[in-house]
Design a protein around this ligand. Structure first.
Ligand SMILES: [Zn+2]
Length: 242
């Protein structure tokens, strides 16, 4: 259910609005099947424009990654089926809906490309070649850094709003990196002190360590659908340049 937000700031653009919408921190369409109705889905205030912009980014990332998720695992149950369905014109409820699904299918197919040996280093960690497949049988789809940056920004802004009742302004920089084997030990060590784990259902795991002197500067371990692992951080821009 959508939460009502009184007039105030949009958590994304920080402008003041009389009418705010509710934006799900973890997009509603990203929740796997089987979430109890009473489960509290985190929501943050957003203006209509930012909410629309995020819907496009969220749908785009779900389409690119959703087909690779395990349809039966708790963390991603039913997501692959949902993404496939969203590209099937014959299940459309109206002519417009059918055309929209067809457009999405064509766009998806047009972006696929054959993967070559020298591209393997650019594959997102955790999304390598599945066993029993040959490289020549596979196709790849690009996932843009800008998209993951935006999603990290949203998750971090949402967490800061919900747990600190604060907004992140442009004095801060939000960035991410993939959680890789080589850096795992380093980040796990940093996150082993004063950190907290948060429950946002099986599709999103978050571990967060907040700076002692500042509620906003923080380090995050983010796992989406048990598969896409990110390290996110928020730092004061002035600290970065020192
Ligand atoms: Zn906004």
């Amino acid at each position: 259910m959508s939460k009502y937000f009184p007039p105030g700031l949009c958590a994304h653009c920080l402008n003041h609005f009389e009418n705010l919408t509710s934006d799900h921190v973890l997009p509603e369409s990203w929740y796997p099947k089987g979430i109890p109705v009473e489960f509290e889905k985190w929501q943050m205030p957003s203006c209509i424009d930012c909410n629309k912009k995020y819907s496009i980014i969220e749908e785009d990332l779900l389409t690119r990654i959703g087909l690779l998720l395990d349809n039966d695992k708790l963390e991603s149950k039913g997501i692959r089926d949902k993404v496939i369905r969203s590209m099937k014109p014959n299940v459309g409820k109206s002519t417009k809906d059918k055309a929209c699904r067809e457009r999405k299918r064509k766009k998806f197919l047009s972006e696929l490309f054959p993967i070559k040996e020298n591209m393997l280093q650019s594959v997102i960690p955790g999304f390598g070649i599945e066993p029993n497949y040959q490289l020549s049988e596979l196709q790849a789809i690009p996932v843009y850094q800008e998209t993951i940056t935006k999603i990290t920004e949203k998750l971090v802004k949402g967490m800061t709003y919900i747990f600190n009742n604060a907004f992140i302004n442009d004095e801060y920089l939000i960035d991410f990196d993939f959680f890789e084997k080589e850096t795992e030990e380093y980040f796990e060590k940093l996150l082993s002190f004063d950190s907290k784990e948060y429950n946002c259902g099986p599709a999103l795991y978050i571990k967060r360590r907040v700076a002692i002197d500042d509620d906003v500067s923080s380090l995050y371990k983010i796992i989406l659908w048990g598969r896409l692992k990110l390290i996110g951080w928020v730092t004061r821009k002035e600290d970065e340049t020192v």
